[in-house]
Ligand binder design. Structure first.
Ligand code: UFG
Length: 334
C-alpha cells in the first residue's frame, strides 16, 4: 500500500521533526515544507523537504499538486514570546498571514484536514491552575495574540467551509527523541532545559534564574514540561481522528505536573553528574509564575496519555542529544 502523504510545515523544526518521525512510524509519508529560517535540513529524515515560503502561493500550490497530501500539520511559526514584544509585525506576518495563506492554498487544493500548533501563551496570566480549555483566552504578548488570532480564523473558516481542524495548545515542549535521532536546535537557544544543559557541559559559564521572588514554594517559576515525543504522538492521534471524520476541536497538551526552575537546575545536575553555576537574576518581563495544563480533554478526545511524566527523562534525552552534538561544536555556540 502507498503511504498517505501529509504536508508538515515547519517539519525541520524541533516539534515538527519529531512529529515527522512519529508519522513515518505510523505509515504516513511526511512532506516537510520549511523555509529553513529556524529549522535545519538535517532534521528532515523521514520524507522529502520542500524549501519555500508559505506566503508564496505558487510554491504551496505546486507542493500540493505534486504530493496530493490528505492533510496538513502546521508547525511553521515564530515562537519566542520575548522577541514578539520587540518585533510584533514579524509574528503577525509569519503566524497570522502565514496561516491565512496556508488555508487559502489548502482550499484551492481541496485539502480539508489541518492540525494547528498553538500554545499555552493564549491563556496569558491565568490565576486558575491547572488551566482548562474553558478559561478565558487573554494572551499578554504578540506571540500569544498571533496564535489566538490564527485559532479564531480557523474556527471561522471551519464554520463556513469544509475545513476541519484540531488546535493543540502546547505547554513547555522539552526533551529529545529517546532513540537519539533528533533534538532541539534553536539558534539562539532561549529555552530553560537546553540552557541549563549548556551550563552543565561548560558551553556557557552559568545559567541565570529569572526571578526568585514568585509566589511559588521555592520562589522560581513553575512550568509543565511536556516531552516532544509525547507531543508528536498527540499529533498522530489528532490526525487519525480527523481523517476518520472527527469534528474540529482545540485542546491542551501538558502533563499536569509542574517543575520549578530550581528543580530543573537541581535535576539536571543530578542527571549529568555535573556542577551547575546558577545565578539569581531579576524576573524576565512577561513570565507568569505558574503554567500547568489540565489535559483531560486530550485524554478523552484523543485517548492520549503522556509517556514521559518524569522530567528526569526529558533532561536525560536532551543531555544525550547535546553530548552527540558536542562532537560538532560550531552548532552549539552559546
Ligand atoms: N528561565 C530562566 N533562565 C533562562 C531561561 C528561562 O530562569 O535562562 C525560566 C523562565 O523565566 C521561565 C522558565 O525558565 O520561568 C521556562 O522558560 P522558557 O523560556 O524555557 O519557556 P517559556 O515558559 O517562556 O515559553 C515556552 C515557549 C513558548 C510557549 C510557552 C508555553 O517558548 O513558545 O512555553 O508555556 F508559549
Amino acid at each position: 500500500m502507498v503511504a498517505p502523504k501529509v504536508v508538515v510545515t515547519g517539519g525541520a523544526g524541533f516539534i515538527g521533526s519529531h512529529t515527522c518521525k512519529a508519522l513515518a512510524g505510523a505509515g504516513f509519508l511526511p512532506v516537510t515544507v520549511d523555509n529553513l529560517s529556524n529549522g535545519v535540513a538535517e532534521a528532515v529524515k523521514w520524507g522529502p523537504l520542500e524549501v519555500g515560503s508559505l506566503e508564496d502561493p505558487g510554491f504551496l500550490d505546486d507542493v500540493f499538486r505534486r504530493h496530493k497530501p490528505v492533510a496538513v500539520l502546521h508547525f511553521a511559526a515564530s515562537i519566542e514570546a520575548g522577541e514578539s514584544m520587540k518585533v510584533p509585525a514579524k509574528f503577525y506576518r509569519n503566524n497570522v498571514a502565514g496561516t491565512m495563506a496556508l488555508t487559502e492554498a489548502m482550499a484551492r487544493a481541496g485539502i480539508s484536514v489541518l492540525i494547528f500548533s498553538s500554545t499555552a501563551a493564549v491563556y496569558g496570566n491565568s490565576e486558575v491552575m491547572p488551566i482548562t480549555e474553558a478559561l478565558p483566552l487573554l494572551p499578554v504578548n504578540p506571540y500569544g495574540r498571533s496564535k489566538l488570532m490564527s485559532e479564531t480564523i480557523l474556527a471561522d473558516l471551519a464554520a463556513t467551509t469544509d475545513l476541519r481542524f484540531t488546535t493543540l495548545r502546547y505547554f513547555n515542549a522539552s526533551g529529545a527523541d529517546p532513540e537519539g535521532d533528533l533534538g532541539e536546535n534553536h539558534q539562539p537557544e532561549t529555552h530553560l532545559i537546553p540552557l541549563v544543559l549548556q551550563a552543565a557541559y561548560g558551553i556557557r559559564p552559568s545559567i541565570k534564574i529569572f526571578g526568585n521572588d514568585y509566589d511559588t514554594p521555592d520562589g522560581t517559576c513553575i512550568r509543565d514540561y511536556i516531552h516532544v515525543s509525547d507531543l508528536a504522538h498527540a499529533h498522530l492521534l489528532a490526525l487519525r481522528r480527523l481523517l476518520g471524520g472527527g469534528d474540529s476541536a482545540q485542546m491542551n497538551l501538558g502533563t499536569g505536573k509542574g517543575f520549578s526552575v530550581r528543580e530543573i537546575v537541581k535535576t539536571t545536575a543530578a542527571v549529568t553528574g555535573r556542577q551547575i553555576n546558577a545565578i539569581d537574576e531579576a524576573r524576565r518581563p512577561g513570565d507568569p509564575a505558574v503554567l500547568v495544563a489540565d489535559a483531560a480533554m486530550a485524554r478523552q478526545v484523543l485517548g492520549w496519555t503522556p509517556r514521559f511524566t518524569d522530567v528526569q527523562d526529558h533532561i536525560r534525552h536532551a543531555a544525550g542529544w547535546m553530548e552527540r552534538k558536542m562532537a560538532q561544536p560550531e552548532v552549539l555556540t552559546a
